[in-house]
Design a protein around this ligand. Structure first.
Ligand SMILES: [Zn+2]
Ligand SMILES: [Zn+2]
Length: 103
């Protein structure tokens, strides 16, 4: 298993290429940009209620056989949030003050 490395932010649709340091993922790999996570989602994934971590960068160099961006290319399938903004805002308000370990 490997991360899909999804190509965009589900919320604002900004590009998040594999080398981006602005990509954030939840444990299910819901993918958002750092700006949306901070200012809109308050570290609450709108799909699962979990928190986010920076997405690791897959090596461009093939340091080990088969383990590099060219051999395990990123996903090209753009994912967009299927919920409406008002519903997401209410959900985030409900979950954001729950400590990460208790979510
Ligand atoms: Zn975004
Ligand atoms: Zn999630």
């Amino acid at each position: 298993m490997a991360l899909e490395l999804r190509p965009n932010c589900e919320y604002c649709d900004v590009d998040l290429p594999p080398a981006s340091t602005a990509a954030r993922i939840c444990s299910y790999e819901c993918t958002f940009c750092a700006d949306c996570v901070e200012t809109k989602l308050h570290n609450v994934c709108p799909n699962c209620g979990g928190g986010f971590a920076p997405r690791p960068i897959r090596p461009a160099n093939e340091w080990r056989p088969g383990a590099c961006l060219a051999k395990r290319p990123p996903s090209t399938k753009r994912v967009r949030l299927s919920r409406d903004v008002a519903e997401v805002e209410a959900f985030v308000r409900h979950v954001r003050d729950v400590a990460p370990q208790d979510r």
